[in-house]
Design a protein around this ligand. Sequence first.
Ligand code: NDP
Length: 240
Amino acid sequence: MSRVAVVTGGTRGIGRAICERLQADGFTVAANYAGNDAAADQLKADTGIPSFKFDVGDHEACLEGCAKVVEALGPIDVVVNNAGITRDGTLHKMSYDDWHEVMRINLGGCFNMAKACFPGMRERKWGRIVNIGSINGQAGQYGQVNYAAAKSGIHGFTKALAQEGAKFGVTVNAIAPGYIDTDMVAAVPEPVLEKIVAKIPVGRLGEAQEIARGVAFLCAENGGFVTGSTMSINGGQHMY
Ligand code: NDP
């Protein structure tokens, strides 16, 4: 029987590319999303991948949502924590709500999904958790103290949980994408985007499929020796 993978924010952008790639690699895939039913319906129509609507920032909703996935598809072997939002603004203009909402969804979502799925992986002695961080969590970014803090937190969360999962066959890794051509980046004003692209050594935005390839590598059956790592996929924009 094929392994079951849940991709949060799996109905659009990078998440959708991850769903399609994992399905192509033989996983039974479930996509989670927040509210855009049309994107979820489109994913189902195009690929047959079912979607489960719940807010990853809501602890109880995650537990219930994952229980529904298990009921429909079987025990969850792979979680890709991809759902994320931005609420940009410089600190002096940023509201507490903008801070909290980004922390709640981007970082809290990783905790909530791990709470729902890690215990079962541990019991079954196999699991893959991939958390989608960001170049801006590694390097910081003007106007994004909330997002950079949440994404940086994801990288710490990854390394800590990797230590807990190691002896149970559960790997926990992160991917730090650079700027990828999705709705999230389309929201960046054109002049700002031009300046960003000028700083990317390969001279272009990344494609969602280029992140999905990294996820597939980390989720592979024989990927058990890669854990606690962060894979940077950013066109050479940030190296360390
Ligand atoms: P998009 O904005 O294109 O898609 C976001 C997805 O997340 C949607 O499916 C959305 O659902 C879902 N989502 C948002 N909030 C929630 C929530 N509370 N609960 C469940 N699902 C939710 O994002 P991208 O594809 O661009 O980004 C994906 C990830 O990659 C994010 O974590 C982002 O921070 C990260 N990233 C992106 C980069 C980029 O350049 N695009 C660069 C670095 C990192 P719905 O459709 O229902 O709204």
